[in-house]
Design a protein around this ligand. Sequence first.
Ligand SMILES: C[S@@+](CC[C@H](N)C(=O)[O-])C[C@H]1O[C@@H](n2cnc3c(N)ncnc32)[C@H](O)[C@@H]1O
Length: 199
Amino acid sequence: MAREQDHYTKRALQEGYPARSVYKLEEIQNRFGIIGKGARVLDIGASPGSFSMYALKAAGAGSVVAVDLKNEAPPLPGNRFTFLQGDAFSEPVISMIREHGPYHCVLSDAAPSTTGNRTVDTARSFNLARQAISLACGVLVPSGNIVVKVFQSGEEKELLDALKTSFTSARMVKPKASRKESFEVFLVATGYRGPHRDH
Ligand SMILES: C[S@@+](CC[C@H](N)C(=O)[O-])C[C@H]1O[C@@H](n2cnc3c(N)ncnc32)[C@H](O)[C@@H]1O
């Protein structure tokens, strides 16, 4: 197990990504093709920036808007990459996100600072995922896609069911690059049906 983890960390270093998490997104992209060429992508909880770097490559001539509480962004070309620092779910940041939209794909790898108390951590993660889905449904183009991380507690099924209503297809994915001991999963939904639905 340790050898496998080292493999992803080493590979990220060799390939110039700041975090091994990039291989979770790579697997999701390879399976579901969520980022099309020319796509405008919103990356919520983006620091240190591996998802953004990968998304920018996958989007070809497209662009990425990245948001994080922390001010850690990779050096990506400014004409195709925008970094916004702040709480992605605060009104001023939502306005800036909207100004750059709409988006073909929304990614959320946002995670709370963990306390070690699983009940607290999963509740905070659930709340972030719920807010990410709600934000996405206001800024996605019809037929757009979403990938949202959530810590498993059993309640994530509620989010999956909401996605099944708003998107043509939705499923829960545990990427190989997720640490075995991690209780994170990704909700991957494709084909947004458009706004005006309850979440
Ligand atoms: C696991 S890291 C993301 C790693 C990133 N996807 C990458 O590939 O480099 C989770 C991030 O979520 C951010 N985050 C948590 N809550 C947030 C919020 N409300 N708004 C913006 N970012 C948030 C944290 O600051 C942290 O940097």
